[in-house]
Ligand binder design. Sequence first.
Ligand code: SF4
Length: 218
Amino acid sequence: MSNAPRGAVPQRDGQTYAIIPKLKLGLLDAPTLRKLADVIDKYQIPVVKITAGMRLALVGMKAEDVEPIWEDLGMDPAPAVGPCVRNVQSCPGSALCKFGKQDSLALGLELDEKFSGRKLPSKFKIGISGCPISCAESYARDLGFIGTSKGWTVLVGGFGSGKTRVADVLAEGVDKDEAVKLADKVLNIYAEQAKPGERLGRTIERIGLEKFKNLVLA
Ligand code: SF4
């Protein structure tokens, strides 16, 4: 792993790599799509896949092509591996969806800007849904947000890998600024309290939800 080119993930054939360019919340525009298409053609990248976390993976490139590809793209690698805030996932929310109660894209962009890649005891995923239909699967994310007519419901400790854990409610009816502050506190308390490799939901189970809430809300 340490010999892998910058931002590259070794593939199971032991010879090729994948990269995941940073696309905030999966948002794309025409110039970015053109650059991606040009790079895919130029380097004959065999597989391009939208991942389960709404990210775009370019798969199957040779080691020597990885750095030139980053240079051609002019993009940064997304945090794809290791113990850190991995993806910040958001539904379209009230900016685009008729069911939206809150602006999930605005909250998601701010959370992504502030916290993406922050080092933590284990991998950490954030999901923001603009209404209780929860298209961003907020109850199955380490930190989730659900928009309601009264503000944001903040959820902690969910995950979908292994035996799914449904997140606990941390706070309800908070505005965007409060939601961002709570996110920062959750990450700080998690970093303090978790054992290495322990997902937030397991930390909450070990120390107790009330204690975790008290530490975050103090
Ligand atoms: S969670 Fe609600 S606001 Fe977001 S896309 Fe789904 S229905 Fe629309």
